[in-house]
Design a binder for this molecule. Sequence first.
Ligand SMILES: Cc1ncc(COP(=O)(O)O)c(C=O)c1O
Length: 379
Amino acid sequence: MRATKRTILLNPGPATTTDSVKLAQVVPDICPREREFGLLMANVCEELTRLAADPDRYTAVLFGGSGTAAVESILSSVVDDGTVVIINNGAYGRRMCEIADAYGLRYFEVKSPPDEMIDLEALETVIRNNDKISHLAIVHHETTTGLLNDIHAVGALCKLHGIDMIVDAMSSFAAVPIDMQQMNISYLASSSNKNLQGMPGVSFVIAEKRKLELTQHLRRRNYYLNLYDQYAYFVKHLQMRFTPPVQTLYALKQAIEELKQEGIPGRYGRYVESWETLIRGITRLGLSFIVPESLHSKIVTAIVEPDCSGYDFEAMHDYFYSHNIMIYPGKLDGLKTFRIANMGDIRSEDIEHFVGLLEAYLRSIGFNKGEGDDGRAEY
Ligand SMILES: Cc1ncc(COP(=O)(O)O)c(C=O)c1O
């Protein structure tokens, strides 16, 4: 028996969840300061860490909040009076600059085109010319476009120069394989509701314990989001400092079980299959996308809006909504796009269904297929 009507979320998170994850939230009420619940959170922390690192050397720190809470927690807790280099090649890189501004951090913004690899030589020049750089912050998967940044190469550069790397892995974690030690990641931020396929409400940081311990004496810039305090309190009391999203954590535990059954390579393989179906479909219909395949996450795609007077994103959104499919507007400056994500509990049949409806929509507005297109657009 289905628990609820199935909707297909093609927005880049919160993603479509399984019924078993939805139902895992229906549990007896419990005080989150009870040991039983503390053990559940400890298990979730260990399992999350294990997805990207060795739990003996790294630890997950949970917060009640959306993904931005985890990113903000890292930036506002671990950077002291050094300078943080922030790579900006999309809306989420820019957001890290906004967070740095809000906390008065010293930072150096490195802008990079949203559809190109980061220029490592130029980045190294920035690092060499500034001896105060203590951290570098980068988005792994820029959800604005689908660009997958080469954090392995950037991590190697950070290692060479003794810089701690901070990675916003919001929309890559749990699908794109990550090895924090090998990639030289000191702090990683993600949340429960994207590739983990859990419910929204839990954000988390995975941190190298040794580095995290060193932040305990830093001047406090924050309170609720202080990373060391949240970590130390949990270690001491087996409780979150403040009220956790109890039912979301039960769902997250179930979502992690389901991820373990599928495996990260299995999950990513399923996503890639859906993505290939999407790209074949939109290309056939004459639409194009921004990021070249070799740099693409294959999880979120920014598609150029059809050049057609009958086109209107809101109308297209409402059309899909009436068919239980949710789509998302673009976030790029200078080029009109909409975004389709193939994350979550969806398969390539769902994407085929979407493409069929898109074809009917485009026909209804009189959109004519472009000619000789390989599906890629220039930004
Ligand atoms: C790369 C990245 N960072 C940060 C966020 C912010 O997450 P939230 O909206 O959950 O705060 C998102 C959300 O889509 C994201 O994709």
